[in-house]
Design a protein around this ligand. Sequence first.
Ligand SMILES: Cc1ncc(COP(=O)(O)O)c(C=O)c1O
Length: 389
Amino acid sequence: MKQHNFDEIIERRGHDGEKWNTYPTDVLPMWVADSDFRCPQPILDALAARVSHGIFGYTSNAFGAFEHAAARWMRARFGWDADSSWVEFAPCVGAALAQAVLSFTDPGDCVLIQPPIYPPFRSVTTRNGRYLLENPLVRRDGNYTVDFDDLEHKLAHPRCKLFLLCNPHNPSGRAFAETELLAMGELCREHNVTIFSDEIHCDYVFGGRRHIPFPSLSEEMADISLVAINPSKTFNIADFRTAAVISANKTLRTRFAAGVANAKLGRCSSGIIAFVTAYTECDQYADGVANYVEKNLEYAVARINARIPRLSAHKPEGTYLLWIDCRGLGLNRQSALERFFLEEAKTALNSGTDFGVEGAGFMRMNLACPLATLQDGLARIERAVNGLN
Ligand SMILES: Cc1ncc(COP(=O)(O)O)c(C=O)c1O
């Protein structure tokens, strides 16, 4: 297969994407977590063939290619011997998080999260009438670790029923080590807490490490957990709204699937085709995009630390998101930091506090873009920082 050209600049303004059509045209968007790369050619070809049929009736929800593709990806990429009968459909990982809250807790129960965290982890909990228990990650020397004493204390809450784990973790960039995952899992097992592991960023794990699907840790861990994946991040196909939730525990997956069915959420052919093609024909693209993004991350970290010393960044272990410590700018309020990036640097990043109070003084930058776009963004930020007193 031909090498994909990740340097290609594709105009996204004037289309319907949120990332490039929210801010004025003089602002460079580096926020919403989709990539600026064209999706793999086999997906485009498969979709074109489907469109040429010209009939778009109701899509079958029957077991088949979708389940085999999800299980194949887990086996081939991460060595987890997932069975296709363990795979359930969800429209997207966000919806799956919400469904997990509905399926595995009752109103008034508590859900544990690890902020700073992707904002829907909070909203799907509170908007569904459940309470949050927070086990903030602890920042030390630029890296984040789990506070296990606090975790144990929170899990012991009699109404704590569900842990929404994010691995690789957005926005900290942690790809948790086996020992950490096992320790978190053991505590959940002791306290009868189900783990819903959002592993949407699984294909972006760097530095020679490999992603560890939570249930692959042991039979005990498989028995208390579900995993959510979506090829959207890796192949830039978020629009197709097709994700998978996988669990070896029949009771857990049946409860989850019943919730999806009760909400009348069904499959669409374009989503299934994109999902299946991604997870069966696009391994080379997945390797290529992770490699390209890793170089972007290394480039950005080196340039920020060398040329913009009032900012500080560490290469994440996973995800294409760079969590930038901006406290050295001396802008005391988060609103002033947000204004600085938008109005002075003319770049749209995500504000750190969108991920929780732990994100005060931070901004999140999306590096899933051509190197030229990244260089433009960093030059804008450098110029603006140099213009500060
Ligand atoms: C950790 C995490 N989970 C879920 C999502 C959203 O996934 P989906 O589009 O499948 O709802 C994102 C998107 O940024 C994410 O970063």
